[in-house]
Design a protein around this ligand. Structure first.
Ligand code: NAD
Length: 440
């Protein structure tokens, strides 16, 4: 395996890449292995140079650190943290930091590679990275969380930096955690360095429009898809899984474009009204009641039913593996816009393609977030901040171009949008590897 081919001499599969110590059967429900399988497929179609293929299979850096902190009780506890930089050919590594009990090195490696492809699809000058600390945030006090964040940042000092590796929020991390990272890094550098993280509070170098960016990107991709398929915006029916940052903002912006939101769901269940649910009312309801459940003016339906409704567009914006082999055949929507990361399994992909469903893949559909993170980094480095209109205009330009670029590859190679997005991303990264050559 060390030379990049398997002992059988065949092209390595996702299982080879993700790790042989896991289940030997490729697990359709493991989004990371599914992602790697998609990478392999696209690389094969591109007839990618075997040397570059080998380079892209391996992350550039993998750091495992022990993070000791003092608990409020006075006890010392040691957590394990990871940071993986997958590829920096096109620019510094970019990717979130998650605090979660399920964090593993394999998962972080795959997510870092995912970021490389996502940044390349939207053609922003970043590579891919990801990090995480194995911990259970609800069991940590705010003080413990701050100490954990600061000590983890200190442990990553050698690899973090605006020119090398730039974290962002991810599962269980937020603006506040990013502010602590920026402060810790700046204390070590002896000067304020806002561009070392994105997703910061606006008061300290964050960008206007970042909060809405992923939902806005979904709206732009969906409207492009509707135009491409010759479908109208007005009256087009939409169902949304997940009513958090991406789902609620995506739904609200699509409603403003003329679509009718007939169903939305969150962790408390799904609600449906064939005549339309006013998204702002539902947002206000969630603000006051925390969950959608009990929202008046819509009937309660099961979470599974949401995917089988007679709608034109589905926006899965909650969890991984929402659309699987089991329910893909029941999807009646013409378009799926993947707001979430990995909402569709590889098995479901095949069924959706057979049924003619147009899937806007996650690495394109939800790339609005990382695009505005890029804008944040640019503004921090310039020390000059844009108004929200400028952010929206530029996001519009980047997302529209990315959609059209992926569509062009899809048409040229007669492949679906997912395969096309991987082909486009891999080719963009490979092109830079060819130009840069190999430093020896
Ligand atoms: P969030 O925490 O703000 O919202 C998640 C929503 O999903 C909540 O409404 C929650 O109740 C709901 N939910 C959870 N489990 C559910 C289930 N089983 N069925 C239905 N609803 C369920 O999270 P978010 O930031 O909106 O992220 C959603 C997805 O989008 C994730 O996959 C995330 O990785 C991806 N994503 C987010 C961003 C971003 O900028 N926020 C960027 C790229 C990708």
């Amino acid at each position: 395996m060390s030379d990049g081919t398997t002992t059988e001499g065949r092209t390595p599969t996702a299982q080879d890449i993700v790790g042989r110590d896991k289940d030997p059967h490729l697990d359709d429900d493991n989004p990371f292995e599914a992602m790697m399988a998609r990478f392999d497929h696209a690389a094969e179609l591109l007839d990618l140079d075997p040397g570059i293929y080998r380079v892209l299979r391996h992350p550039e850096k993998q750091l495992i650190v022990s993070v000791p902190i003092q608990r409020d009780s006075g006890d010392l506890e040691v957590f394990t943290g990871y940071r993986v930089v997958h590829n920096t050919a096109r620019g510094p590594g970019k990717g979130g930091i998650r605090f979660d009990l399920r964090v593993t090195l394999d998962e972080v490696k795959a997510l870092a590679a995912w970021m490389t492809w996502k940044c390349a699809v939207v053609n922003i000058p970043f590579g891919g990275a990801k990090g995480g600390v194995v911990c259970d945030p609800p069991t940590l006090s705010v003080g413990e969380l701050e100490r954990l964040t600061r000590r983890f940042t200190a442990a990553l000092m050698d690899i973090l930096g605006p020119e090398s590796d730039i974290p962002a929020p991810d599962v269980n991390t937020n603006e506040r955690v990013m502010a602590w990272i920026m402060d810790t890094y700046s204390m070590h550098q002896r000067h304020p360095t806002t561009a070392v993280v994105t997703g910061k509070p606006v008061e300290m170098g964050g960008s206007l429009g970042r909060r809405e960016a992923t939902g806005r990107g979904c709206m732009i991709a969906t409207t492009e898809a509707l135009k491409h398929l010759g479908l109208p915006l007005r009256g087009t029916k939409l169902a949304v899984q997940g009513f958090g940052n991406v789902g609620s903002i995506g739904a609200h912006l699509l409603e403003q474009e003329g679509l009718t939101v007939v169903a939305v769901s969150d962790v408390s269940g799904a609600i449906y009204n064939p005549n339309g649910i006013r998204v702002e009312d539902a947002m206000n309801w969630v603000r006051d009641h925390r969950y959608l459940s009990g929202y008046p003016g819509a009937e309660q339906i099961s979470a599974d039913e949401l995917f089988t409704l007679d709608v034109d567009v589905l926006l899965p914006a909650a969890v991984e593996n929402a659309i699987t082999r089991k329910n893909a055949g029941d999807v009646r929507a013409k378009i799926i816009c993947e707001g979430a990361n990995g909402p569709t399994t590889a098995g479901a992909d095949r069924i959706l393609e057979e049924n003619g469903v147009f899937v806007i893949p996650d690495i394109l559909a939800n790339a609005g977030g990382v695009t505005v993170s890029y804008f944040e980094w640019v503004q921090d480095r310039m020390g000059y901040f844009w108004d929200e209109g400028m952010v929206i205009d530029r996001l519009n330009g980047i997302m529209t171009n990315a959609f059209r670029d992926v569509l062009a590859v899809s048409q040229r190679h007669s492949v679906n949008m997912r395969v096309a997005s991987y082909m486009l991303a891999i080719e963009r990264v490979a092109a830079v590897h060819r130009l840069r050559g190999l430093y020896a």
